[in-house]
Ligand binder design. Structure first.
Ligand code: HPA
Length: 271
């Protein structure tokens, strides 16, 4: 990755009308309904944006959408790149750097995740307060990283405290039940074994998924305030584990998504 490449990606988007977005949003697996809330949308397919990672077949729908929600300009990633698709850490976080260079001042991230904390239920929303990186790598482990910011990035407070407080207050005000907890990222794409779910619990994990942490690390590298929410799609009880059903995960994500949209819309109004 070079500064030149980033600039070319941004130039392409600016020419298409992506002008000075304030907020960036990453939509997780099964969480696509938010795009219906974007006014005056302009789309750019990942395949057409110079230097974006080349999309896989499965991933042909991935696009950046620019537009307004609650009167504020934003850029939304419909679909993200995952390690399990064969991309590397620098690839999957490239769009975060592009959105930052476009001018976003805040980043909202969403994902579908499994509940390790068995007090949490399928369909619950969990505000991510902290994370554990179990992906055995870093999006900052590349040679010229210091051209882009500090190499040794502080992670004592990776999630923006003010926005987390706001989301929590919004949830209470709107009657949306919300959990808080620690998200652990794994590579995937296989789901976890019972022994792995037991291990995750011992480690202090509340939810597990295959994304988000690299993006949050890069947001911190860029000093970009970030919040992240998980939509909990399955209960990872090692003593009563049922075979995974991806369709059910997608259905539960879709059913719970309106709560996430409400939280994001209200947060947009307040920041
Ligand atoms: N494990 C990992 N990723 C997931 C899960 C899970 O149980 N559920 C949804 N994404």
């Amino acid at each position: 990755m070079t500064q030149e490449q980033l600039k070319e990606s941004v130039e392409y988007l600016k020419k298409r009308g992506f002008e000075t977005p304030e907020i960036g949003i990453v939509l997780g697996t099964g969480l696509g309904q938010l795009i219906d809330h974007i006014e005056n949308p302009i789309e750019a397919h990942y395949n057409h944006i110079p230097h974006f990672p080349l999309a896989t077949v499965e991933f042909h729908t991935g696009k950046l959408i620019f537009g307004t929600i609650e009167g504020k300009k934003m850029v939304v990633m419909q679909g993200r790149f995952h390690l399990y698709e064969g991309y590397d850490f620098v690839d999957i976080t490239y769009p975060i750097r592009v959105m930052h260079l476009l001018g976003i001042k805040k980043l909202f991230i969403s994902n579908a995740a499994g509940a390790i904390n068995l007090n949490f239920k399928k369909g619950d929303i969990m505000l991510i307060e902290d994370h554990i990186n179990l992906q055995s790598g870093s999006p900052l482990a590349f040679r010229n990283v210091s051209e882009f910011g500090n190499r040794f990035v502080d992670m004592s407070e990776p999630y923006d405290v003010d926005m987390c407080k706001k989301i929590h207050a919004i949830a209470i005000r709107e009657g949306i039940s919300i959990q808080k907890g620690v998200y652990a990222s794994v590579v995937g794409p296989q789901l976890e074994t019972k022994a792995e779910y037991r291990m995750l619990k011992i480690l202090g994990t509340d939810a597990v998924g295959m994304s988000t942490v690299p993006e949050v690390i890069v947001a911190n590298h860029l000093r970009l305030p970030v919040v992240a929410v998980s939509v909990l799609t399955d209960e990872c009880d090692p003593e009563n584990l049922e075979p995974v059903n991806i369709q059910e995960i997608l259905d539960i994500a879709a059913k719970a998504e309106p709560k996430m949209i409400k939280l994001f819309r209200e947060l947009i109004k307040e920041i």
